[in-house]
Write a protein that binds this ligand. Structure first.
Ligand SMILES: C[S@@+](CC[C@H](N)C(=O)[O-])C[C@H]1O[C@@H](n2cnc3c(N)ncnc32)[C@H](O)[C@@H]1O
Length: 382
């Protein structure tokens, strides 16, 4: 017997596909069919939501179909660090997911590797489009892979899922025509390039630090990976590695410092995302950023930047001045990046490209790889 839920979700999934098409995120009828046919609520039976105080609580998605079949990220796993909880897995926003699938430009018969299985929703879309035999997906988290396998199977999708650290790809099933990563990386592993078929491509979020980078679409040639960043900015959760990242600096700092005028925007991570990316060619690992709030109104009055060595900068949101203390001139590095970006004509993301060489060298350039506006990424310049 067909329950109301069974019939309801198909109408919701269809409405989501229509919305994504009407918003211009989805163009291909094949992806429209996939979004219409994948039961997101079965792959994500429960999700977490955060209230105004930052506390997380769980909700059943079958009772929230409107929300599940909407362009909303659904957080599905949390990690507790100290007294705080942070998302470590989610079902990505469907609008971003289909934009990436459109960019990936898959064709019948092609083999795709996804790094970051999570809930399996994206693996289900790929499997609907290409078939069980063509889709491979890995996640570092055994429990997530087991759950995704069970739920995908129940929904009729049987891609190959493997619990493994995606930084090494999946060599035993290579070659792949496409690799899509749904977690961000600080550098593109050359092992992925080695597992690509000739002319294969990789779509991945390259982030040097929080918000510092964007999706990049790279094509394999004989001796390199090369391609452009995407027009629209996007952000994924960072790939988990065996080693702990540099701990983020604490915002406490010594008083004092010199105050001077500045021309760079106080919130580069939102006002000048390319410059914020370039700033991380020089900012020390573990630099944290945030806002100073007015104690009475709780409204932001300045942005702050702190480095692990205690260096600190405070940029006023009202009078375009900066106060810097410590040995590392944090704001001067942001100003350097803003000047570099401005000297290049303040190019948007899609005028930026990346070349990755087999020795791991990553070079970012404006318009073409031989441009006079080009920079080596820090991982490569060690
Ligand atoms: C945004 S979620 C992926 C969403 C997923 N594609 C979906 O459709 O639900 C990011 C995923 O990357 C996974 N991940 C993090 N580090 C990883 C690693 N080193 N190798 C493979 N997967 C990793 C996380 O466990 C998490 O499930």
């Amino acid at each position: 017997m067909t329950s109301n839920l069974d019939t309801d979700w198909t109408a919701h999934a269809r409405r989501l596909a229509d919305t994504l098409r009407n918003n211009g995120d989805l163009r291909s009828p094949l992806w429209h069919a996939a979004v219409s046919a994948v039961p997101r609520h079965l792959l994500v039976p429960r999700a977490y939501q955060q209230d105004d105080t930052g506390a997380w609580s769980q909700f059943e998605t079958a009772a929230a179909l409107e929300r599940v079949y909407s362009p909303e990220t659904l957080v599905t796993a949390l990690e507790t660090v100290g007294d705080k909880q942070f998302p470590i897995s989610s079902s990505t926003k469907p609008d971003l997911m289909v934009r990436m699938l459109e960019i990936l430009d898959v064709h019948n018969g092609q083999r795709v590797l996804e790094i970051g299985t999570g809930t399996g929703y994206n693996a289900a879309l790929l499997t609907h489009r290409l078939g069980n035999e063509q889709v491979f997906s890995v996640d570092v988290d055994d429990d997530l892979v087991s759950l995704a396998r069970k739920r995908l199977d129940a929904a009729g999708f049987r891609p190959t899922l493997v619990a493994v650290d995606g930084v090494h790809g999946l060599p035993e099933h290579a070659p792949f025509d496409r690799i899509i990563a749904t977690c961000s990386v600080p550098a593109v592993p050359w092992e992925w390039a080695e597992q690509l078929a000739p002319d294969g491509t990789i779509l991945v979020d390259l982030k040097l630090a929080t918000s510092a980078g964007n999706l990049v679409h790279l094509r394999r040639t004989d001796d390199r990976l090369e391609g452009n960043f995407t027009t629209r900015w996007a952000a994924f959760m960072a790939m988990r590695t065996g080693t702990s990242p540099e701990p983020l600096a604490h915002a406490d700092h010594a008083p004092g410092g010199r105050t001077r005028p500045t021309n760079a925007p106080a919130t580069p991570w939102s006002e000048a995302t390319v410059a914020w990316f370039l700033a991380h060619l020089r900012l020390p690992p573990g630099t944290s950023f945030g806002y100073d709030l007015d104690p009475d109104t709780r409204q932001p009055v300045a942005t702050t930047f702190s480095a692990p060595d205690g260096s600190w900068a405070r940029v006023s949101l009202t009078d375009r001045t900066v106060t810097e203390t410590g040995d590392t001139p944090l704001w001067s590095e942001v100003e350097w990046a803003y000047e570099q970006w401005t000297a290049a004509g303040q190019p948007p993301w899609d005028r930026l490209g990346l070349t990755v060489a087999p020795d791991g060298t990553h070079q970012v350039w404006v318009d073409n790889p031989n441009s006079s506006h080009r920079w080596l990424l820090p991982a490569a310049s060690k």
